[in-house]
Design a protein around this ligand. Structure first.
Ligand code: NAD
Ligand code: UDP
Length: 322
C-alpha cells in the first residue's frame, strides 16, 4: 500500500465529506473528520466510528484548531441555498475564517490543502459552458452573495498563501452534485424533487423550468476531488469538476416522476432572486490534467439516489440550527 497519510476533512460529516472520508479510510489513511453538524448528522459517518483509522471531532472551523496532518480537504460550508442563506453572515465567516484556519495549519504542518470551491464563483454566467478562465458575473449584494463571494474570497486566500508562503494548495470548482446522503430538506432541486415525488406531493419547479444545471453523481465527484489532491504535478487549479451533460429543471422534474413512478403533479413557483439561467462545466482541463471525467449517467445516479431516499426515515432529519 502507498504511504499512510494523516488527513483532515473539514465538513467531513456532510454529503460529500462523508463519502470522501469513507474512500480515504478504505485507502488506509488516518482520517480526522471535523464538523459542527450544522447541515449534517452523525449518522452519515456512524459506520466509520469503529474503524481504527477514523476519528470524529465536533468543532466549528471558524475557530482555530491545532492538529498535525499531511493533507487537508476543506469542505466545511453549507452548500444548499436554503442552508447558506439561513445565516448568511455565518456562511461568509465559515468560508473566510475556515480558509484562514486551514491555510494556517497547512503552512505550519507543511500540509497540502484542497479547497472545495464552487461553480457559484461564476455567478449567473454570460459565458457557456464555463471554463476556469471565465471570471464570472456575481451580484455582490444579492441573497446568494454570502456563499458566492465567500468562496471567491477563499480562492483568493488560497492563491495568496500559495504565492506568499509557498503553501501547497489545490482548488476544485464543484458543479451541482447529488446522490445518497443529500440532506432531504436542504431545498436543493434533486432532494426536493425526489422527496416530493416519493411523498406524493407537488413537484415545485421554480420559474418556467427552462433554467439548466449539470448534475454530477457523488462517486464521480469524490474520485475527481481525490485525483486533484493526489495530482503529483504542481497544478494548483482552479479546476472545474462536474458533469457536462446539461438538463433543464423541467426535464429533471419529468425524469424524477418517471423513475419514481409517482403520481405527483408539476407546479410552478416564482424563481428565486439571482438564480443562474444556465450552468455547465467545461471540463477540458480536468480531462487533460487529471484524466478525469464523470462516468455515471443522470438516470443511473438518480435511481441510486431514489433507492436511498426510499430507505431513510425522514423524521430523523431536521432543518439546520444556527
Ligand atoms: P453539506 O452541507 O452536506 O456539507 C457541508 C458540511 O460542512 C456539513 O457537514 C456541515 O455541518 C459542515 N459545516 C458547515 N459549517 C461548518 C463550520 N463552520 N464548521 C465546521 N463544519 C461546518 O454540503 P456538501 O454538498 O457536502 O458540500 C461540501 C462542500 O462542497 C461545501 O464546501 C460546498 O460549498 C462544496 N460544493 C458542493 C456542491 C454540491 O453540489 N454538493 C457544489 C459546489 C460546491
Ligand atoms: N429549483 C426548483 N425547484 C426546487 C428547488 C430548486 O425548480 O424545488 C431550481 C432552482 O431555482 C435552480 C435549480 O433548481 O434553478 C437548482 O437549484 P439548487 O438549489 O439545487 O442549486 P443551485 O444550482 O441553484 O445552487
Amino acid at each position: 500500500m502507498a504511504l499512510v497519510k494523516r488527513i483532515l476533512v473539514t465538513g467531513g460529516a456532510g454529503f460529500l465529506g462523508s463519502h470522501l472520508c469513507e474512500r480515504l479510510v478504505e485507502m488506509g489513511h488516518d482520517v480526522i473528520c471535523l464538523d459542527n453538524f450544522f447541515t449534517s448528522q452523525k449518522s452519515n459517518v456512524a459506520h466509520l466510528l469503529d474503524k481504527p483509522n477514523f476519528e470524529l471531532i465536533r468543532h466549528d472551523i471558524t475557530l482555530p484548531i491545532w492538529l498535525e496532518v499531511d493533507e487537508i480537504y476543506n469542505l466545511a460550508c453549507p452548500a444548499a441555498p436554503g442552508h447558506y442563506q439561513y445565516n448568511p453572515i455565518k456562511t461568509m465567516k465559515t468560508s473566510l475564517m475556515g480558509a484562514i484556519n486551514v491555510l494556517g495549519m497547512a503552512k505550519r504542518c507543511r500540509a497540502k490543502v484542497l479547497q472545495a470551491s464552487t461553480s457559484e464563483v461564476y455567478g449567473d454566467p454570460e459565458v457557456h459552458p464555463q471554463p476556469e478562465t471565465y471570471r464570472g458575473a456575481v451580484n455582490p449584494i444579492g441573497p446568494r452573495a454570502c456563499y458566492d463571494e465567500g468562496k471567491r474570497a477563499a480562492e483568493t486566500l488560497f492563491m495568496d498563501y500559495h504565492r506568499m508562503n509557498k503553501v501547497n494548495i489545490r482548488i476544485v470548482r464543484i458543479f451541482n452534485t447529488y446522490g445518497p446522503r443529500m440532506h432531504p430538506y436542504d431545498g436543493r432541486v434533486v432532494s426536493n424533487f425526489i422527496r416530493q415525488a416519493l411523498c406524493g406531493e407537488d413537484i415545485t419547479v421554480y420559474g418556467d423550468g427552462s433554467q439548466t444545471r449539470s448534475f454530477c453523481y457523488r462517486d464521480d465527484m469524490v474520485e475527481g476531488i481525490i485525483r486533484m489532491m493526489e495530482n503529483p504535478e504542481d497544478f494548483t487549479g482552479p479546476v472545474n469538476l462536474g458533469n457536462p451533460e446539461e438538463f433543464t429543471i423541467l426535464e429533471l422534474a419529468k425524469l424524477v416522476i418517471e423513475l419514481t413512478g409517482s403520481k405527483s403533479r408539476i407546479v410552478f413557483r416564482p424563481l428565486p432572486a439571482d438564480d443562474p439561467v444556465r450552468r455547465r462545466p467545461d471540463i477540458t482541463l480536468a480531462k487533460q490534467k487529471l484524466g478525469w471525467e464523470p462516468k455515471t449517467p443522470l438516470r443511473e445516479g438518480l435511481m441510486r439516489t431514489i433507492e436511498w431516499f426510499r430507505s431513510i426515515d425522514l423524521s430523523h432529519y431536521r432543518p439546520p440550527t444556527p
